[in-house]
Design a protein around this ligand. Structure first.
Ligand code: GDP
Ligand code: MN
Length: 368
């Protein structure tokens, strides 16, 4: 679960990291007072708000309300802005980057720091990024912090503070069962204080059972993802233009990879899981249609699931409501012949293998 900035900041503050004081409002009129200049920031669970116009400054109450009004209701990377954080404006002399994330390949937490903060870490040259894995059994070691400080080439006055914050970021990750704790920018004020100018915490969904405090927190879901979740369908919306419908997380990921290999871009994907319920398939297909992909790629392996059940669900939706894009299907397994007949009747394009299906879908998506 991706937490918004203001919630993430609270978690940092709990560890003793300095964060700007602020309030969250959902209507400009709710802003009652301010002491000095403020920064108004869209609360959406994605980065790059600055570039998208979701971060504005103000020095009077009137200006602050006006800017809050502009940001509220904006859409940033598909997320409607429903609330803004109005925080004291920091004087920033320099911006650093600091984060701790789970490195799944290494099976260890990874501490990342850079003297080039503020921008997306992805756009910072590799040689300017310091990384060190933390052995979870012994924790973050002194030598690692010293390595970090020498890589960042920080003045002595800040070294102690930055080390201290790095330790707290790691502590925050452990305490909150986070997959990511990111401070960007970690601001150095002209007076040499270090303050977390922005915060992003992602909580491991599998740890939710021990974090009831996050229950009911508005989630990073698009309206369609929300609709799917309510119906118990696992559906993810990305930027690409090929809608994928598969069963099982493994096959779904493999399908996205196959598309990637062919040069296609999976946009939304939907994992039917082991469903044998035509009604569920109908709902799932309807949601995928609403996402308006240029082409839909169905990749079904019927091990437990009967292929014809899935096919029937898709068939019924298409016959009843139509579909405004081509649908390529690769179906294998239990009752596959019957499934193919059903899908043929609904006008689907059949592919024999996953590769062929991916190739076809990619081609269609490029022509569409
Ligand atoms: P993001 O674009 O979503 O990562 O949003 P940030 O909160 O990181 O803000 C983007 C940029 O706006 C930061 O890198 C800063 O340069 C600037 N910014 C944000 N808050 C403040 C602030 O309080 N004071 C100053 N001077 N700049 C700020
Ligand atoms: Mn940021």
């Amino acid at each position: 679960m991706k937490l918004m900035e203001f919630r993430s900041s609270e978690l940092l503050a709990k560890q003793g990291i300095q964060v700007p004081k602020g309030v969250v409002i959902s209507e400009p009129g709710k802003l009652e007072e301010m002491n000095g200049p403020v920064v108004i920031k869209a609360q959406v669970p994605v980065g790059g708000r600055g570039k998208a116009g979701g971060v504005k400054f103000a020095s009077s109450l009137e200006e602050a309300r006006k800017n809050a009004g502009t940001i509220l209701g904006m859409e940033i990377k598909g997320h409607k802005v429903r609330s803004v954080l109005v925080a004291e404006k920091l004087d920033i002399a320099k911006e650093l980057y600091l984060s701790c994330m789970v490195d799944r390949e290494a099976g260890m937490p990874l501490l990342i720091a850079s003297a080039e903060g503020g921008m997306d870490i992805e756009s910072v040259p590799e040689e300017k990024i310091f990384k060190t894995h933390i052995n979870p059994l012994i924790g973050l070691q002194g030598y690692q912090l010293r390595d970090m400080l020498s890589a960042l080439k920080l003045p002595k006055e800040q070294a102690g503070q930055v080390s201290d914050i790095a330790k707290k970021v790691y502590a925050c990750m452990l305490a909150e069962d986070a997959e990511l704790v990111e401070i960007n920018p970690l601001a150095i004020t002209p007076k040499g204080q270090l303050v977390a100018g922005d915060a992003k915490v992602v909580i491991d969904d599998d740890s939710m059972f021990r974090h009831p405090e996050h229950k009911g927190v508005e989630e990073d879901l698009t309206p369609l993802e929300k609709e799917a979740k309510e119906k118990g369908i696992s559906f993810v919306q990305l930027d690409g233009d090929i809608g994928v419908i598969a069963n099982g997380a493994g096959l779904t990921m493999a399908t996205l990879d196959a598309l990637g290999t062919m040069g296609g871009k999976g946009g939304t994907f939907l994992d039917l899981g082991g469903t044998d319920d035509p009604e569920k398939v109908k709902q799932a297909f309807t949601i995928l249609k609403k996402a308006n992909p240029k082409v839909i790629l169905m990749n079904i392996f019927g091990g437990i699931t009967r292929c014809d059940t899935v096919a029937q669900g898709v068939h019924d939706v298409i016959m009843k409501e139509g579909v405004n894009c081509k649908v390529v299907a690769r179906i294998k397994g239990w009752y596959e012949e019957k499934a193919r007949e059903i899908l043929k009747e609904a006008g689907l394009i059949s592919a024999a293998t996953m590769e062929e299906a991916a190739k076809l879908a990619t081609k269609i998506s490029k022509e569409a």
